[in-house]
Design a protein around this ligand. Structure first.
Ligand SMILES: [Zn+2]
Length: 463
């Protein structure tokens, strides 16, 4: 088996091996091995996981009928985040004493989604994560400052990221996101930080506020790795210019033990971890979509002992990229586009214009003096109302006008719906102190909060 084989190799052997299979033949080999692993994963889940034992009994498909990745739609069922939140023990496919770690994330309903890791799952996740980081160019020479939230039960990924970086041999500075910005910059200077990892909203605020304290380019940060929230290409350009660093996107979720996909230096989409199979389906009907079409990402784990997941619906929208080698030469079975948004975050405003939070972000990115924002949508009478909570250290009428102008340019229907059809109320802007939004939701900032009655929107399940 390729993956257990990789697991047993040293780093030098691994690099040699990666070069040998960095071609089309290597990709066919990887897919062949993934199909073998899929058969094992399905057999394991169907026997040992109570949830899947029942699913197989109901769906009338024999586990033996699923021979390869392309057979997955024949299962006819999906696993939803709500299934995992309802009872994570229904997914447990090993005896409880074999669990060494649990990863949890909570949705808006407050019930955490939990997956368990056995010792082998943990070691595996560390190994695969470190391969992904190495693919993004992180080496033993790097000093990596981690800006993700720490010590929060809804964000248990810190230990895993740290273990992955240690595997590479990098120096880890676990700074978190609760220290003052000035101190964050001092740590970079003191330790000679070369790589930052954090959420886009925090890194944006760090850039806005930190830029006033020093020349960020003088700090020597060569790469910034963003994860956990969708973000736009204009943020990439903004951060690249401010720091003089390469900006990388990575995608993962607790349910996948933070495994997922990540950008390589070629910036040609995100390489999907070889430990996962990916499908893209129509978010409404669940039907598989042709390559290149925008739809919901669905993942099936391979080699997972404790909490195997088959056809797990992520709610995240992206595309499968063309079936060809990446210019970087890295071998993965699939690459996906960057995440466009969440299927359930798409909003209908006014007369039914649809909007993704990312469009609002693109509109407001780079407004001078704005260090963060949140848009709250509710109803006044029959009209939708957008209230923008704008984080700034210097509120002014000028800033208010700049925000209104940028939103009107970015969402051209707004003017019409506010002034002509009057289906949207005039924009309201509330200034809040910088850092307020992060304090309210320490793990990740919710850019868009929809308080309207259901019916205006799809069911919201927060990531
Ligand atoms: Zn690549």
């Amino acid at each position: 088996m390729l993956i257990p084989l990789i697991h047993s190799l040293g780093d030098a052997q691994l690099r040699w091996f990666a070069r040998r299979i960095a071609n089309e033949r290597g990709r066919r080999l990887l897919r062949f091995l993934q199909d073998m692993a899929l058969r094992e994963q399905i057999a394991h889940a169907a026997v040992h996981s109570p949830f899947y034992r029942q699913k197989f009994a109901e769906c009338g498909v024999s586990p033996r009928d699923i021979r390869r990745a392309s057979d997955l739609p024949a299962l006819g069922f999906f696993t939803y985040p709500s299934d995992l939140a309802a009872d994570p023990y229904q997914f447990l496919a090993v005896p409880r004493q074999e669990i060494v770690y649990a990863m949890a994330s909570s949705g808006t309903t407050g019930r955490p989604k939990i997956v368990f890791l056995s010792k082998k799952d943990w070691e595996f996740a560390v190994r695969m994560g470190s391969i992904g980081m190495a693919m993004a160019g992180i080496t033993a020479a790097d000093v990596v400052q981690i800006l993700f939230c720490s010590g929060n039960p809804n964000w248990m990924t810190g230990d895993l990221i740290q273990a992955e970086l240690e595997q590479i041999g990098a120096f880890v500075v676990p700074a978190g996101n609760s220290v003052p910005i000035a101190q964050q910059i001092e740590m970079m200077q003191m330790f000679g930080t070369t790589v930052l990892m954090g959420t886009p909203s925090y890194v944006y605020r760090l850039t806005e506020e930190g830029g006033k304290l020093c020349d960020l380019r003088s700090l020597g940060i060569r790469a910034i790795n963003l994860a956990a929230e969708p973000w736009s290409e204009s943020l990439r350009t903004f951060l690249q210019e401010a720091w003089g660093a390469r900006i990388y996107d990575s995608y993962g979720m607790m349910e996948l033990a933070c495994d997922g996909a990540g950008e390589c230096p070629a910036l040609c989409g995100l390489h999907v971890s070889p430990y996962l199979l990916v499908e893209v389906v129509d978010p409404r009907s669940g039907a598989p979509l042709p390559r290149g079409e925008l739809g919901e990402l669905v993942f099936t784990t391979l080699y997972r002992q404790a909490s195997p997941l088959l056809r797990y619906r992520t709610g995240d929208l992206a595309r499968l990229l063309p079936d060809e080698m990446c210019p970087c030469g890295g071998v993965t079975a699939e690459r996906i586009s960057r995440i466009v948004g969440r299927a359930d975050d798409m909003l209908f405003l006014g007369s039914g214009e649809n909007v993704f939070p990312a469009q609002i972000e693109v509109a407001l990115m780079g407004v001078e003096g704005l260090s963060g924002f949140q848009v709250i949508i509710d109803k006044v009478g029959y009209r939708d109302r957008l209230r923008i909570r704008a984080e700034t250290s210097a509120p002014s009428g000028h800033l208010q006008q700049a925000i209104e102008r940028r939103l009107s340019e970015g969402l051209p229907f707004l003017q019409h719906e506010i002034h002509r059809s009057q289906l949207i109320a005039p924009l309201e802007i509330e200034f809040v102190e910088s850092g307020t939004l992060q304090r309210e939701t320490p793990v990740k900032v919710r850019r868009l909060v929809d308080r309207r009655e259901r019916g205006n929107r799809a069911e919201v399940e927060s990531p």
